[in-house]
Design a protein around this ligand. Structure first.
Ligand code: 5GP
Ligand code: SF4
Ligand code: MG
Length: 460
């Protein structure tokens, strides 16, 4: 999911939130929502669909206020329904709160039982709503916003990057492992106003300046007095999702002082060193494979080109394709360049293989377009384990590399050769302290323990 928050009484916060979400659209296409605070009063609008489909000028005009909280949803828990759209707005003793969550809790079964005892009528089915109710419960028991929220966060296990609006201010929070990203930006001067966004691209679009990340286990509280920081958890241990770096976040977002474009290019350079192959052209699967393909080309000296064109306007359509369209596979999204591919030995680079279904169709498409050899290079190691922290990589039995060797996968995809980036190669290209990442989908080494019951739902 994508989350956004802003405190700026002199600005049109709904519009700024809209554009922030617009830049974070890649983090979730299922639903979008904005809540604003105008004094104590909350205005909100949320619906299924893309940010540009959910909002228009008239709707944004009905969202006045000094605080904005926004969300784009990608569903991992809870069904794909309008009631599950965020921000979650909940009543408390101190007034309303509006919460936007990115990540996934792993202790929802326990948390739900606790909350049901408090007679909360859980309207939706999401873990995010449960965080909002846990805060409400603590606040209703007498705590103030900060104290109540911190108590609630101690009851949550898993991944949570949160933006929480109240009439008094906006909170930005990361779980003690900082699994999902969250950044702080500044907007204007005299007074300086603060903005929160999942990624720096959400700051760039509104002209906000990147200040720093919210740290794992940190809470920032943004009010009229500025920004104050609280270490709500005393044992933070940085475990940023490495898949954010490899695939999920936008290439123009900055993590660890560089754009992910540069990072992904380095992954591609590394796999070119590890698994070279002779060919006439190298290209990436748009868009996620492109930076790595450029890196591969730089090291191998094989010409970089484009073999597939992506329809950039394909969002989510609710109109089902016809049977014949379905048979032709993914053409709606990716179309091959026949004259580029005909008679060529091609190297196709992608960031990852999850189920292998897209990749298999792609290879078939390339051959039909005339490619005579298809070599596939993947700029990350085999995904063998499911994610429990907010990336929807299916159950383990759906993951092609969970049960198949590289050679078997290569046969199934019908490629002439297949190579994944080695684990060591990925770590070296990552440069940062390698202990500071979650990489459980490659290793099964989960940084936050998964309850047995939950494990059984996804692991073989
Ligand atoms: P596959 O061949 O496994 O069907 O698809 C691989 C493609 O899916 C890659 O291009 C990759 O960018 C993309 N991908 C990687 N991780 C995810 C994910 O968690 N969810 C979705 N929807 N796509 C992913
Ligand atoms: Fe990211 Fe994989 Fe860890 Fe999930 S399991 S948080 S996708 S690294
Ligand atoms: Mg892709």
């Amino acid at each position: 999911c994508g989350v956004f928050g802003i405190y700026a009484p002199e600005q049109d916060v709904a519009k700024l939130t809209y554009f922030g979400l617009y830049a974070l659209q890649h983090r979730g296409q299922e639903s979008a929502g904005i809540a604003t605070f105008e004094g104590e009063q909350v205005h909100q609008h949320k619906d299924m669909g893309l940010v540009s489909q959910v909002f228009n000028e008239a709707i944004l005009e009905k969202l006045p206020g000094h605080i904005g909280v926004g969300h784009t949803r990608y569903s991992t828990t809870g069904s794909s329904r309008k009631v599950n759209a965020q921000p979650a707005v909940v009543d408390t003793r101190l007034g309303k709160l509006a919460l936007a969550h990115n990540g996934n809790l792993v202790n929802t079964i326990q948390l739900r039982e606790e909350l049901l005892k408090s007679n909360f009528n859980l309207v939706t089915t999401t873990d995010s709503e449960m965080i909002a109710y846990a805060i409400a419960e603590e606040v209703n028991a007498g705590a103030d916003w900060l104290e109540g929220s911190i108590r609630a966060f101690h009851r949550c296990q898993g991944a949570f990057s949160l933006v929480i609006g109240t009439a008094n201010g906006v909170m930005g929070v990361r779980d003690p492992n900082g699994i999902r990203p969250l950044v702080i930006g500044t907007l204007g001067e005299n007074p300086v106003r603060y903005v929160l966004a999942s990624e720096t691209c959400g700051l760039d679009i509104i002209g906000a300046e990147y200040l720093r990340d919210v740290e794992p286990g940190e809470l920032v509280w943004i009010t009229d007095a500025g920004l104050s920081s609280y270490r709500w958890n005393q044992q933070p241990q940085r475990k940023l999702c490495i898949f954010e770096m490899i695939y999920f976040a936008r290439p123009d977002s900055i993590m660890h002082n560089e754009t992910l474009y540069s990072y992904r290019m380095r992954l591609g350079r590394r796999i070119a060193q590890e698994s070279p192959v002779d060919a006439d052209i190298v290209f990436g699967v748009p868009d996620s494979g492109i930076p790595a393909a450029i890196g591969f080309s730089q090291v191998s000296g094989i010409a970089y080109g484009e073999g597939l064109i992506k329809n950039r306007y394909v969002g989510r359509t609710f109109i089902q394709p016809t049977q014949s369209m379905r048979e032709s596979g993914l053409r709606m999204k990716l179309n091959p360049l026949k004259d580029v591919l005909a008679g060529k030995r091609v190297i196709i680079v992608d960031d990852s293989i999850v189920r292998g279904t897209t990749s298999r169709k792609l290879v078939k498409t390339l051959r039909e377009a005339g490619a005579i050899e298809v070599h596939m290079r993947i700029s990350s190691p085999p995904v063998t384990h499911p994610c429990f922290y907010g990336i929807d990589t299916d159950t383990q039995d759906q993951l092609i590399a969970a049960t198949k060797s590289v050679e078997e996968i290569s046969k199934q995809l019908e490629v002439d050769s297949l190579a994944y980036l080695s684990w060591e190669g990925m770590l070296e290209a990552t440069r940062e302290d390698t202990n500071s990442f979650c990489s459980a989908c490659f290793t099964g080494d989960y940084p936050v323990a998964i309850p047995e019951q939950v494990k059984r739902s996804k692991l073989m």
